[in-house]
Design a protein around this ligand. Sequence first.
Ligand SMILES: [Zn+2]
Ligand SMILES: [Zn+2]
Length: 177
Amino acid sequence: MLTRFCFAATVLLTLANFAIAAAKEEPKPADHAKIKAALLANYPLNTCVISGNPLTATSIDLFMDDRLVRICCPNCLTDFSTATDKDLAKLDKAVIAKQSPAYPLDQCPISGEKLNDHEDIINLVLANRLIKLCSTACVQNVKQNPTKTFAMLDSAVQAVKAEEDFNDKKRGDAEER
Ligand SMILES: [Zn+2]
Ligand SMILES: [Zn+2]
């Protein structure tokens, strides 16, 4: 009797573990929403990548793998699907132009080498975000684990912001005196 009970308990426990493992592996819908929000926040243009017309509430948001393309109307969508690579390159250029001035790191996030020491810095655009790298090996490294690099970029942005806030506060305090 006791043996049978133990067996049943073990089965139940195994099933429970299974359920936990399955829940862990399944991508959470919240993460999808977070990824989409980040893509929208980092989007470099307020115009259609095809026509150059302003984006409106009826514009089409195309989420493809790890990127977002915003298009103003169905006609442009048709044009986009025939020249995708060219338009994606245009989008990458816009990301580089927009994010370069406030880029928070002065070294390669993978090797730690100073970017100033390198003549050809590689501007990699992933998920509408700019990453400046020193070599093709570092590009491969980022592509294997972009989340880690994004986290580094995020904390670098935070650090820059914290320093600015600190300086603002210092200035404010000085003016009060
Ligand atoms: Zn259009
Ligand atoms: Zn590097």
